[in-house]
Design a protein around this ligand. Structure first.
Ligand SMILES: *[C@@H]1O[C@H](CO)[C@@H](O)[C@H](O)[C@H]1NC(C)=O
Ligand SMILES: *[C@@H]1O[C@H](CO)[C@@H](O)[C@H](O)[C@H]1NC(C)=O
Ligand SMILES: *[C@@H]1O[C@H](CO)[C@@H](O)[C@H](O)[C@H]1NC(C)=O
Ligand SMILES: *[C@@H]1O[C@H](CO)[C@@H](O)[C@H](O)[C@H]1NC(C)=O
Ligand SMILES: *[C@@H]1O[C@H](CO)[C@@H](O)[C@H](O)[C@H]1NC(C)=O
Ligand SMILES: *[C@@H]1O[C@H](CO)[C@@H](O)[C@H](O)[C@H]1NC(C)=O
Ligand SMILES: *[C@@H]1O[C@H](CO)[C@@H](O)[C@H](O)[C@H]1NC(C)=O
Ligand SMILES: *[C@@H]1O[C@H](CO)[C@@H](O)[C@H](O)[C@H]1NC(C)=O
Ligand SMILES: *[C@@H]1O[C@H](CO)[C@@H](O)[C@H](O)[C@H]1NC(C)=O
Ligand SMILES: *[C@@H]1O[C@H](CO)[C@@H](O)[C@H](O)[C@H]1NC(C)=O
Ligand SMILES: *[C@@H]1O[C@H](CO)[C@@H](O)[C@H](O)[C@H]1NC(C)=O
Ligand SMILES: *[C@@H]1O[C@H](CO)[C@@H](O)[C@H](O)[C@H]1NC(C)=O
Length: 817
């Protein structure tokens, strides 16, 4: 995952020319520097690490550790402190040694030179330009055209097709030697352009190609950062743009080949690593599974799976997990009968290497399929651009290399398979679809069973289509198609034994939840929504479809819905381990949660909330986060449930005249209780409570320390202030945990439950803090920290589920059960 860099590529020309520019005839010596207009960046001589050699470089002023972002004479160091940088009348920067030999020079421009001057811009770009010209046309040479190991906002990776200039990033040889090292991020222009990490001449890893939003497999643009892809007859390049000027971010390719993102804010001078990717997992390595095979990373190990219609080239090797030789077509391809071929759809895929691909930006998927069928060696196709329901056409020929399965992001790939493969085990399915509207849905269903067998209830173990009394619906919005099943009420009634109390799993804020078992054994959780949603049916359906699009490994997956008459139900995947409160507060089960598991739960919940708040397209505020809304899968990974439901019930909440829950006592923040204000920071408060509960094994709502009448939050804060933080820890955890990690989590918890919403961190900071990548401020006092704080109102509330009303805004407060 490359790149994120800083500042727009702006050509603001500073008014003062005294310190940030070099005119013809002027020079700088070893002990002098040029500083950019606002003083954030400078160019001068330095020695890396313990080396005594001198290099001309650009670095950020006053940032520690010392952060060099560009080196001029990386391959030709100066041996002494006698170097001089000078701008000559041809507009060329020259670096001379003591005997006036040219050690390095900038390239001659093809443009007419007229009174040149060299500037160091605040962006970090060192520019030689014609003094009178103020736009890009006047630029004769710029350091941004020759990146070293660091990418900054405004730099490009790619090609100028007119001049043949290639811009790429290459690592240093070692931390003490800036010479061009082994690793490089480059653009591969063969087929459809993609970004590739090279080691020497070999491909180490593929970042992938542009899908309209990002490089495939990476999250899309955010408010802070976006990636730009430009492809025309003059240029083809990627450019990352950071939109936020209150921090810096650069990406460095280290001598060992890791992409590292560094971050610091404009007013803080300590640089922090944010993200480092050595190969994250083996599936990232180029062609780890050989050809025609998909890599899937589960828990701690990769596994490879042949595409449908392909078999391992060497089965005995394959059996002992030597996957490198990949898979080959089951039957020798025979052009004569390939006109009967069909296509299978794979979803959430890192698309194969595009170096042997062909593309067309205007074709639709239908034309794309036809084009693929016409050419006997075409093996797969996909949309070029996934925005607005998809457009463009990308075709692959012969083998498909370097695919992996993602749990989210990723793209759809349509794999060509012989008719015999489509029939095998796939029931009664049209062989060759032409009607795309129907085709997509059908292939959505057939989507290679080998991937979906275990996950998708549409298939049973043998990969056959299950005879469910269900059908799919599409929302009105063309590109919001969701693979969401609609269930018949009768099917659900049967599955839940007429919604019997024995099958009731719990009572959530929006209605009861039942366990259901379909005729074929598939287990489901059925949530019966309270009857009144205040929405017309169509809106409700659309809303459900939107919620179904929220997919993250820390969110419970919505499988389908049922709307019949007054009844509205949501059907989720079933979590056999039920909810977190069943573990954390249970004297025997809590022993199953050792510290690593608890930490995993704490960070998993944070990532789930971050996704809801920031990364999903809907920007959901949950409003009712609590331990009973956090479910655990078989590996005790946390999954947030009931998200998005507040959207369905927005109207009611304002009416607030029913029993609907809009928050749960013990988890709601003070500003909500007092003024009805709800924001992302309210979810942060609830999260903080959950964190402290997980660590202490005690319920905030039930806890009271006898001496101080503090609730759990007040208790935790008092221990913190007295330096006795570790005493908060659940006794069953004993010795086996890392105190620094525990203390960090408690501190994060306390920061989240601070009284004033504006003091609480947002979820992205929380995630960084948990990873230890961010300095933690000192927490101030928490909201609702004593029993007395709330008891006068809420104790009575708890008993009769009544409302209390402040400023005419009523809130229902229910017991946390
Ligand atoms: C520089 O030298 C010191 C002392 O010999 C050593 O501890 C340090 O690791 C060296 N730094 C590098 C980057 O080699
Ligand atoms: C300057 O560079 C030239 C050519 O590389 C070299 O022959 C000469 O010894 C260098 N002078 C000094 C003082 O390093
Ligand atoms: C100057 O341009 C040539 C090709 O046009 C290139 O090979 C060379 O590396 C460039 N020199 C520098 C210092 O960038
Ligand atoms: C810019 O980044 C800073 C620091 O991360 C953050 O506080 C601020 O909200 C961001 N601004 C915008 C407009 O996103
Ligand atoms: C590979 O393993 C499968 C099942 O584990 C077995 O049926 C098959 O015979 C093995 N193939 C080879 C070539 O060892
Ligand atoms: C492909 O191989 C399978 C199994 O060996 C065979 O049943 C099928 O008829 C073959 N299909 C073609 C088109 O040759
Ligand atoms: C792309 O496809 C369209 C529609 O089929 C066609 O008109 C156009 O010529 C194609 N472009 C290229 C470059 O093949
Ligand atoms: C199929 O496409 C490949 C690659 O573009 C091309 O070389 C080949 O000639 C095409 N074959 C036919 C029959 O069009
Ligand atoms: C396959 O579909 C056709 C047409 O929809 C239908 O007539 C036939 O009975 C189906 N066959 C099976 C085995 O379901
Ligand atoms: C899968 O479903 C089919 C049709 O409903 C059934 O015949 C088959 O036995 C099922 N297989 C398994 C493993 O449940
Ligand atoms: C569910 O349906 C099956 C098969 O139709 C039937 O045997 C069973 O009794 C039904 N269960 C309930 C609770 O209605
Ligand atoms: C479920 O309800 C239906 C209709 O009311 C009834 O016929 C059936 O016997 C009930 N099944 C059970 C298991 O209660």
């Amino acid at each position: 995952m490359l790149i994120i860099w800083f500042l727009l590529f702006s050509y603001m020309i500073p008014s003062s020319t005294s310190i940030d520019s070099l005119a013809v005839g002027q020079s700088i010596q070893d002990d002098e520097t040029l500083v950019s207009a606002s003083g954030i960046i400078e160019v001068g001589f330095f020695s890396p690490g313990n080396s005594t050699r001198r290099y001309l470089g650009i670095w950020y002023t006053n940032v520690s550790p010392f952060t060099v972002v560009w080196v001029a004479n990386r391959n030709t160091p100066l041996e002494s402190n006698s170097g001089i940088l000078r701008l000559n009348e041809k507009g060329i920067l020259v670096l001379l040694n003591a005997t006036n030999s040219i050690i390095w020079s900038s390239n001659l421009s093809s443009k007419a030179v007229n009174n040149p001057i060299a500037y160091l811009l605040d962006t970090g770009n060192f520019v030689v330009k014609n003094r009178q010209e103020t736009d890009m046309d006047g630029v004769l040479w710029q350091s941004f055209d020759y990146p070293c190991d660091t990418l900054m906002s405004g730099m490009k990776i790619g090609w100028n097709l007119e001049t043949g200039l290639e811009r790429y990033v290459s690592s240093w040889k070692s931390v003490e030697d800036p010479a061009e090292g082994e690793y490089a991020y480059k653009m591969d222009r063969r087929g459809y352009p993609q970004i590739v990490k090279f080691k020497g001449h070999g491909i180490k890893m593929r970042e992938g190609s542009w899908n309209g939003l990002s490089l495939v497999g990476n999250p899309g643009p955010t408010n802070q950062v976006s990636l730009k892809f430009v492809f025309n007859e003059k240029e083809v390049y990627f450019e990352y743009v950071l939109h936020n000027r209150s921090f810096f971010e650069v990406v460095t390719l280290t001598p060992s080949g890791a992409g590292q993102i560094f971050f610091w804010s404009t007013h803080r001078s300590t640089r922090q690593p944010v993200f480092s990717s050595e190969e994250k997992d083996q599936c990232e390595s180029y062609a780890f599974c050989g050809t025609n095979s998909i890599c899937n990373y589960n828990v701690n190990s990769p596994s490879c799976e042949c595409l449908r219609g392909y078999v391992p080239k060497y089965p005995d090797q394959w059996n002992v997990t030597i996957w490198i030789d990949g898979c080959v077509p089951r039957n020798k391809s025979n052009c004569n009968n390939r006109h009967t071929d069909g296509f299978l759809k794979y979803t959430h895929l890192k698309l194969p290497d595009t170096s042997s691909s062909w593309f067309n930006t205007t074709m639709n998927l239908d034309e794309c399929q036809k084009t693929c069928l016409k050419n006997c060696s075409c093996t797969a196709y996909a949309n070029l651009d996934i925005r607005d329901g998809g457009s463009g056409c990308l075709l692959w020929f012969n083998s498909l290399t370097d695919m992996r399965k993602f749990s989210q992001w990723g793209q759809d790939l349509y794999l060509r398979v012989p008719a015999s493969e489509l029939d095998a085990g796939h029931g009664n399915i049209t062989k060759k679809t032409v009607e795309i509207a129907v085709g997509v849905i059908i292939f959505g269903l057939v989507t290679c069973a080998c991937i979906y067998i275990t996950k998708n209830p549409v298939f049973n173990k043998s990969g056959t289509l299950r005879k469910l009394n269900s059908k799919r619906y599409k929302t009105k919005h063309k590109h919001e198609d969701v693979d969401l099943q609609t269930f018949k009420l009768s099917v659900l009634a049967n599955a839940t034994e007429n919604f019997s109390t024995e099958n009731k799993l719990g009572e959530g804020g929006f209605g009861p939840v039942y366990k259901g078992i379909l005729i074929d054994g598939q287990e489901l959780a059925v949530k019966k929504l309270s009857k009144k949603s205040g929405q017309v049916l169509e809106e409700f359906k659309n809303e459900v479809a939107l919620i179904a699009k929220l997919q993250h490994r820390n969110l419970v997956k919505l499988v389908g819905s049922c709307i019949e008459g007054e009844e509205k139900m949501l059907i989720y995947e079933y979590m056999p381990n039920k909810s977190l409160d069943n573990f954390v507060f249970d004297e025997t089960k809590k022993k199953l949660l050792d510290w690593p598991k608890r930490f995993n739960i704490i960070s998993g919940i944070a990532r789930g909330i971050l996704y809801l708040h920031q990364d999903s397209r809907l920007k959901i505020i949950h409003r009712d986060l609590k331990t009973s809304n956090i479910l655990l899968d078989t590996n005790l990974n946390p999954k947030i449930s009931d998200f998005g439901l507040a959207r369905l019930f927005l109207e009611d909440q304002i009416e607030a005249n029913t029993n609907k829950v809009a928050g749960t006592y013990g988890y709601i923040p003070p500003e909500y209780a007092a003024r009805g204000h709800f924001s992302e920071k309210s979810d942060v408060f609830s999260y903080g409570v959950i964190v402290l509960e997980i660590i202490s094994g005690k319920r905030n709502k039930d806890f009271s320390d006898p001496e101080h009448y503090n609730n759990l939050l007040g208790h935790a804060w008092r221990l913190w202030n007295q330096g006795r933080t570790m005493e908060l820890l659940d006794e069953v955890l004993g010795e086996q945990c890392t105190p620094s990690e525990v203390i960090r989590c408690i501190q994060v918890g306390l920061l989240c439950v601070q009284q004033r919403p504006e003091d609480r961190p947002n979820m992205s900071s929380v995630v960084l803090m948990l990873n230890g990548d961010k300095l933690l401020p000192k927490p101030m006092f928490p909201g609702f920290y004593t029993e007395k704080d709330v008891s006068f109102e809420t104790n009575s509330l708890l008993k009769n589920h009544k409302l209390f009303s402040v400023n005419e805004l009523s809130i229902t407060v229910l017991d946390a059960r």
